[in-house]
Design a protein around this ligand. Sequence first.
Ligand code: ATP
Ligand code: MG
Length: 448
Amino acid sequence: MANTKLGRLAPSAILAMETLAAAGFEAYLVGGAVRDMVMGRQPNDIDIATNALPGQVENLLKGNGRHSAGIKYGTVLGIFNGEEVQITTFRSEEGYEAYRRPLSVAFGVSLEDDLSRRDFTMNAMAADTKGALIDPFGGLKDIEARLVRCVGDPSKRFSEDALRILRAVRFASQLGFSIEPETLEAANCNKGLLAHISSERIKAEIEKMLLADPVKALINHNQIIMSVLPELLPIVDAPQNNPHHLYGVFEHTAVAISHCRACPIERWAALFHDAGKPGAATVDEEGIQHFEGHEAISVEIAQTILSRLKFSNKEASRILLLVKHHDDTIPPNLPGVKRWLSKIGQEAFWQLMSLKRADNLAQNYSCFPRDDEYSAIEQIASQVISGSECTTLSQLSVSGNDLINIGINQGPGLGKVLGELLSMVIDGDAQNEKEDLLRHASRLANSN
Ligand code: ATP
Ligand code: MG
């Protein structure tokens, strides 16, 4: 055991451990929070491991006037210092079913047994209330060497729970670590077992990976990633012989993802945006490649993946919209920008601009920078939005009822007239004033 001292633990963690210790139980901070403290990162969540049984933890919290949010999978959620703390009884896991879940868990084991069931050495450390590190598997050494290494035999650990394979890649992306060679070999050999993992867990891990700095992880571990996203396999070695590009499709994709904002929708859209390029590639007489119409193929590929990974309709339709329009031209003038704001709405507009900027940064940027054009578009959009200029039907100074009141029949024709009025206002061909619009409406209804 190393006698390294961590900095001061979070007051919520200390309070939880002291509450358990005062009742005679062992309690340690474990898992990601210890890893993050060793690395000087802000911990995500506080996990405490204890030899108290779940029922005992719950009674203790209630007896101390501490809120307890109930027991789920043997974990009691307590609130200390206004923060959530997860308290889990030391356990070992026995017999894994279908490469994804233990058949049974046993309580009454030691801290070291509990740490030994954890996935990676950096996640298998504990700390006591004084911040002394307990590190039976060499997590600290691996953190110093920036390595993701399985606890125990990597092949066995990955076949117990194949999700760990993706977790290894995700941690490599989040922490900028390499995967230790034996762990990596086992991950590659066992990647087929990821077929047994639920789409929700796969989605969560890939998303965490995309939200970090994923360029190296995507490129170095593309075969693992492609085992869960096989539709993207054709882009891995696809070239882009075109002066606008420095990278092949896959490297370009990875760099574009890293330039998007840390927004899941934008990052998934960047992952898919050029997926259709291999299917759309043509070569001209000078040997230059073109990819006309690739967006539509990218949309089809994205659709397949999004439905398999059970994205909500709302998330999927926004991602598909961004993929579809990523290469469209937004004219850097008032009517052009207003038309785009009207067509896709404000939120999607800013996401699309972020994707376009990221795409440009991942191309032959120094020769073809588009910052000035994009800044002009964004400046116009900001003015339109802050000036509450009309870009949507709801901002139009006439409603459907107003049109019915002047004798225009309800039905599809009415919607068409409203749409035409909106276009006129956006293009500056009509004022957004009721009188003016009603006059145009009568004329449009008669000519339709
Ligand atoms: P994050 O910062 O993303 O929360 P984390 O390390 O805390 O990272 P969690 O998924 O919250 O990750 O899991 C908490 C701890 O539980 C891990 O640090 C690890 O010790 C253990 N763990 C989680 N998932 C697994 C798994 N599939 N197999 C083995 N141990 C796991
Ligand atoms: Mg965690």
